[in-house]
Design a protein around this ligand. Structure first.
Ligand SMILES: C[S@@+](CC[C@H](N)C(=O)[O-])C[C@H]1O[C@@H](n2cnc3c(N)ncnc32)[C@H](O)[C@@H]1O
Length: 412
């Protein structure tokens, strides 16, 4: 509500007393963020005079009342206690009154709010319009998937274990999971990373199934020089290194995020050359040796992973797309120069907006006659768990995976 990223705000909030409480705190904040416009509408209908402290607490309490009508008494009681602590006793009565009114008039208040389409869908107008224009037959499913809870999928480190062996370890730890694609297991229910057997020993990483498609699509082989141009926090860098004995140069321009790459590789027993630089400014970091493979996992709106960052849909603006697309184009054109003839570049985003994806690929092909588009064949990932939801290189968010885009180019 104050324009800051939710995870940053949560990190600065008073620490929860224990891990389950911290998880609950996060869950409550995420749930409220997913339907912030509905809560705004309800708070507007119920509150005569806005008040900052009351505004936030009222929204959180309303969100919990929507999800858990059976716990109404406890929710009202806890919200009123919190109000007394944070805002003084004067506001307690007001909060108590509006929450009780919501409980009494729930059906009518919700029906009136949900009759407004953007509130029913839970996104800003511009976002809905873009998804409808891009995926007319799937728009409501795509929007709904972005408001659902995300699945938790792990990638097994094939240098230290196998998916079958790790499935048995999960089973022994009482964590239900199913094979999702080669090396990937999706848990029946998300669980704290610390509960994953052998996590610290590098047996496994948490990575969405959609993100686990990058390394197999790029097909890096033994002895190849591979560039990961936007690497942090290193999920795909690690997957590339687990898949083949290749030499990876991992670039990120954010030093703190690059440190996370080092930590992740260390945990998994992998090594890469880490460079803190602007990948698009090739002269500043390139040693003149061309690469056989390049992964450009570009900065984007992250519209395909919005269920993991539900504040993003309210913080982002339609106008953010133009500078982002320009930056993606600059990075693509820049790193293309360091690919050897015959080499392959995989362009990736976690977006579902064509401006960042299909249109970006078309612009690139138009500008570079030496770039040949290669088909994105995801057949290897259609497994026992059912098909992926995709149109060519565009994965759309669904129960199995987040939204991602992949385009593969070969240099003539
Ligand atoms: C989508 S994330 C990459 C995720 C990563 N590939 C993974 O799988 O874990 C994009 C990254 O690009 C980095 N970045 C943005 N602009 C960059 C630039 N000009 N040069 C290098 N890195 C950049 C950001 O700091 C961010 O870490």
């Amino acid at each position: 509500m104050r324009g800051r990223a939710l995870d940053d705000a949560l990190a600065e909030a008073a620490p929860a007393a224990n891990a389950p409480l911290a998880a609950a705190q996060r869950d409550i904040a995420y749930s409220a963020c997913r339907r912030l416009d509905l809560l705004d509408h309800l708070a507007g209908a119920l509150l005569r005079k806005p008040n900052r402290a009351l505004d936030a607490l009222a929204r959180v309490a309303l969100s919990e009342l929507i999800d858990h009508p059976e716990r109404a008494h406890t929710i009202v009681d806890q919200a009123v206690q919190a109000m007394a602590r944070d805002g003084g006793s004067a506001l307690r009565g007001v909060l108590n009154a509006i929450l009780r009114r919501f409980i009494r008039e729930r059906e009518a208040l919700l029906a009136a709010a949900l009759a407004i389409e953007p509130i029913r869908l839970g996104y800003p107008d511009w976002w809905i319009a873009r998804v409808r224009a891009a995926w007319p037959d799937l728009a409501e499913d795509v929007l709904a998937a972005g408001n659902a809870r995300a699945p938790m999928t792990v990638r097994t480190n094939r240098r230290r274990t196998t998916a079958d062996e790790y499935a048995r370890a999960l089973d022994a730890a009482g964590i239900a999971a199913a094979a999702a694609a080669p090396g990937a297991l999706t848990l029946a229910r998300p669980c704290p990373v610390a509960r994953l057997p052998g996590f610290e020993a590098g047996l496994v990483s948490v990575q969405d199934l959609g993100a686990q498609l990058a390394a197999p699509l790029l097909e890096a082989g033994a002895g190849m020089r591979v560039l990961d141009a936007c690497a942090a926090p290193g999920g795909k860098t690690a997957h590339l290194l687990e898949s083949a004995d290749c030499a990876v140069t991992a670039i990120d321009r954010d030093a703190a995020r690059l440190a996370a790459v080092a930590a992740n590789l260390g945990r998994l027993g992998l090594e890469a050359r880490l460079v803190c630089a602007d990948a698009g400014d090739v002269a500043s970091w390139w040693d003149g040796q061309p690469f056989d493979r390049i992964l450009l996992d570009a900065p984007c709106t992250a519209s395909g992973v919005i269920r993991r960052h539900p504040d993003g849909k309210w913080l982002k603006r339609a106008g953010d797309l133009t500078p982002l697309c320009a930056e993606q184009a600059r990075l693509l054109d820049g790193v293309w120069r360091v690919l050897r003839p015959g080499g392959k570049l995989l362009y990736a985003t976690c977006s579902i907006f064509p401006d960042e994806n299909q249109r970006q690929a078309a612009r690139f092909l138009n500008l570079h006659p030496d770039a040949l588009p290669l088909p994105i064949d995801l057949g290897f990932a259609h497994g026992a768990a059912g098909p992926l939801l995709h149109r060519d290189g565009q994965l759309l968010p669904c129960a199995r995976h987040d939204g991602f885009y992949y385009a593969l180019f070969q240099k003539a």
